[in-house]
Design a protein around this ligand. Structure first.
Ligand code: ATP
Length: 218
């Protein structure tokens, strides 16, 4: 279903979101105070607008309150990001998602009612660190400071074993959500089935336990 989005701040982050949403067929209004940035996204947005998002009157005039979803992707100018978010919430925009620059910025955004807060650089840094420390990790979702879900490739260590033999919950405190074998995902794997090198485990748990599990068991 086609949705309406407005993106404020067309740096690399805002521009990527703008392009992706536009390619997905959504209606995208791209806003920036820089004429040059606006020119660069013209072909990837439904509408563009040169405006200062810290100016509440401008936001009101463009009818920002009619957008169900607004993304504030202003990075360096924390004050502008906070002020724009404040105006958007005052104008009752239902979903305001904001890029945070640091933890202090995050705290303020939380207090003023941002509906979702991103840390793209930090999140990407964590993901890359996870991939760098183990070649077995195929994908990784950070759930919180403590928990994550990983998709991890089994080596020949598992050959001839079953889930019963591995006893993952008791030994590592982690839960297997699914096993991918030859491209097929099984969300209710039979605990007595033979496992093989190349199987992919999708598993949730405490990050330290997950690390121990994939180092020792796979
Ligand atoms: P990124 O890290 O995503 O590449 P960047 O470092 O290039 O971003 P930022 O300082 O994060 O740039 O700003 C992103 C964009 O937000 C810039 O294009 C800037 O012109 C725009 N911007 C900053 N303040 C405002 C504002 N008050 N109103 C509208 N746009 C703004």
């Amino acid at each position: 279903m086609k949705k309406q989005f407005a993106i404020i701040g067309l740096g690399r982050f805002g521009t990527s979101i703008c392009k992706e949403l536009f390619h997905m067929g959504h209606e995208v209004l791209a806003i920036d105070k820089s004429e040059k940035r606006i020119e660069e996204v013209t072909e990837f947005a439904t509408h563009t607008l040169l405006a200062d998002a810290t100016d509440e009157a401008s936001l009101t005039k463009i009818g920002i309150r009619n957008f169900e979803h607004v993304i504030v992707a202003i990075g360096d100018d924390i004050q502008a990001s906070i002020l724009a978010t404040l105006h958007l919430k005052d104008l009752n925009v239902p979903r305001v998602w904001v890029k945070a620059q640091n933890d202090y910025h995050h705290k303020v955004l939380e207090k003023i009612g941002a509906d979702r807060i991103f840390h793209p650089e930090k999140d990407m840094g964590n993901r890359i660190a996870e991939f760098l420390t183990s070649e077995k990790v195929i994908d990784y979702i950070d759930l919180s400071e403590r928990y994550s879900i990983i998709e991890v490739l089994a080596t020949k260590k598992v050959n001839g074993k079953t889930l019963i033999d591995m006893d993952v919950r008791a030994r590592y405190g982690c839960t297997i959500l699914a096993i991918k074998q030859q491209g097929k995902v099984d969300v209710t794997p039979d605990p007595s089935d033979q496992l093989h090198a190349g199987d992919i485990f999708i598993i949730i748990g405490d990050k330290q336990d997950l690390r121990r599990f994939q180092q020792e068991a796979l």
